[in-house]
Design a protein. Structure first.
Length: 581
């Protein structure tokens, strides 16, 4: 490949990439619905993985068709690559390598999506910000209807906490992260459209407030304070070349009025107290601060116990053993201490060590500094508002691991890309354009390289489709089998759980559920086989060791059963059930 000229290739057109990102963003609200999709939230992963591969395929097609590659130099490539490198190294020391590889895959997909979006999107185009705003509004309307109308029409909560948006905590954090973008759309759009965005932004603000989720509240407050800081510093301005829009203050009043009206409806019409527990089935949310601080204490001990990290994606696996060795300060036993109560920074430090945490903070600092500098140089919507969204997700990380949810990860990646997009052709054009590297391919190598790349891409696409399909089918079988075994219908439930384990051989949960069902069905030999397969995937799971002890006891092998109990007790020394067994 040879270095190309500084002019844009005429054959290069990023419009298809922008449309694909926009359309995929519009599907985000529907993966929150537990009744329409899988209750284990797997559609979130499928949409993220399939969407990233679709964008990558379109980008490769455009690059080879136009004989050029265009990459924007964003300034954060070095910490991103270093973080990926450390994450890959941590896989080798992770107890549950399958989960570690999945987390590394998500991080790689996010980097690929960020690089392509930063090189293809345009600040002049409002398509992608509009799609993210619509996705946030739809999610907020569904969640608000669940909170305000659900108790009256008996919308029973689903497996993940709600019948409409599923997990209220995740949905509220997703909306809260995008609130600064919604406020920018309300105040920066034309008069008719701006009023619609103002009403929708008010509803979204009310949903975040009524969700009573600490991570969502912190994201909304941090984003609002960052926008206020930009305004006070005189860096955030809305220029009107033709005529000033006198309805801007009225839109702000309408936004606040709609939000206040919805919050009063929730407080006096539905009896919601903002100081009460959130409408979520997560134990950490229901128990409040004391249980969350206990989980933080255990997570901090993990950081010191594993200075090089426990392996990316293995926080949940190592957390249980660390909680079992810690002196309990709550009424919960270590095995019942919820795993969702950590925060993003402690989780990163526990998984990839202090170096990984330093890189994450470095990346966040570079993004926020870039947004501030570009706003100072005169950048208008959406750059300052995207920077406020990044500040919000950074604040939410103190209360939840929001980036582990694929919808939030997708939105954050696109927001970060919009913030560093080259400013060529943007309105105003008063700030410097970031450096863009372009390479032109030699014609005689173009065909050979194109065919080879297409082959590898098709192989990757086929592998991902097969993996996601088997995982989703295994999850459906696991749900059905677990429900049947709960009704003590072992003849139906046990075969489905065994099939789920065969479909997804990386799933420790499927093997563990099959072993439990087999033990209850009076088949300890099968239970031992399945639970040993689960332990081969994750040897630090105390629950699996306890199940193995029960299976060995049922078979009369008391010596090995005692050894399994001792192994489980080393992981959970404070657990009453293991000591009783």
């Amino acid at each position: 490949m040879a270095s190309g000229s500084s002019t844009e290739s005429e054959a290069y057109s990023p419009s298809s990439i922008r449309w694909s990102i926009a359309l995929l963003s519009l599907f985000l609200p529907f993966v929150f619905v537990p009744q329409a999709f899988d209750p284990f939230q797997l559609p979130k992963e499928i949409l993220f993985h399939a969407g990233t591969l679709l964008v990558l395929g379109i980008w490769l097609w455009g690059a080879f068709r136009g004989s050029s590659i265009r990459i924007a130099q964003t300034g954060i490539a070095l910490p991103l690559l270093l973080f990926l490198f450390i994450s890959l190294l941590s896989v080798f020391q992770a107890p549950y390598k399958a989960a570690s590889l999945e987390s590394f895959r998500d991080a790689t997909y996010a980097v690929i999506l960020f690089v392509i979006a930063a090189s293809s999107l345009s600040l002049r185009d409002r398509l992608v910000p509009y799609s993210l705003g619509i996705a946030s509004l739809v999610t907020a309307c569904l969640g608000l209807s669940q909170i305000l109308l659900g108790p009256r029409v008996a919308w029973l909560p689903g497996t993940q906490g709600g019948a409409v948006v599923g997990d209220v905590t995740t949905a509220a954090t997703f909306v809260a992260v995008l609130l600064p973008l919604l406020w920018g759309l309300a105040l920066g759009s034309s008069r008719a459209v701006g009023w619609l965005w103002a009403v929708g932004s008010g509803l979204a603000t009310a949903y975040v407030a009524l969700s009573r989720t600490p991570s969502a509240w912190s994201a909304a407050v941090a984003g609002a304070l960052w926008l206020l800081a930009l305004s006070l510093a005189g860096k955030l301005s809305i220029r009107r070349e033709r005529s000033p829009d006198s309805s801007l203050p009225l839109r702000g009043v309408a936004l606040a009025a709609v939000a206040l009206a919805a919050m009063l409806w929730g407080a006096y019409g539905s009896g919601i107290r903002l100081t009460s527990n959130p409408p979520s089935f997560k134990t950490s949310e229901l128990e409040g601060w004391s249980l969350r601080s206990e989980a933080w204490r255990v997570t901090r001990s993990m950081v010191f116990a594993n200075p090089l990290g426990a392996g990316i994606g293995n926080w949940r696996q190592v957390f249980a053993s660390e909680a079992g060795n810690a002196k309990p300060k709550t009424g919960f036993s270590p095995s019942r201490l919820p795993l969702q109560a950590g925060n993003e920074y402690l989780q990163v430090a526990a998984e990839v060590g202090a170096a990984g945490l330093a890189l994450v903070i470095w990346i966040a600092f570079l993004l926020i500094r870039t947004g501030w500098r570009r706003a100072r140089q005169g950048a208008e919507f959406p750059v300052p508002h995207c920077a406020a969204c990044i500040v919000g997700i950074a604040a939410a990380g103190f209360y939840a691991s929001s980036l582990r949810e694929q919808p939030v990860l997708w939105a954050t990646t696109i927001l970060a890309a919009l913030m560093v997009v080259p400013a060529s052709g943007a309105p105003g054009g008063v700030f410097a354009e970031p450096v863009v590297s372009r390479w032109a391919m030699v014609s005689r190598r173009r065909a050979a390289l194109g065919y080879l790349t297409a082959l590898f891409y098709l192989l990757l696409l086929g592998l991902v489709i097969w993996s996601e399909a088997t995982t989703l089918l295994s999850s459906v079988q696991m749900k059905s089998g677990h429900a049947a075994c709960s009704r003590r219908d072992f003849d139906r439930g046990l075969p489905e759980l065994l099939k789920a384990g065969k479909l997804d051989r990386r799933s420790s949960q499927a093997r563990s559920l099959a072993a439990t069902c087999a033990l209850e069905a009076g088949r300890p030999d099968l239970a031992e086989k399945e639970i040993r397969a689960s332990l081969s995937l994750n040897p630090k799971d105390a629950t699996s060791w306890r199940i193995l002890a029960g299976a060995l006891k049922a078979r009369g092998n008391l010596t090995e059963a005692i050894a399994s109990c001792e192994k489980a007790r080393t992981l959970w020394p404070q657990d009453e059930r293991i000591n009783l067994l």
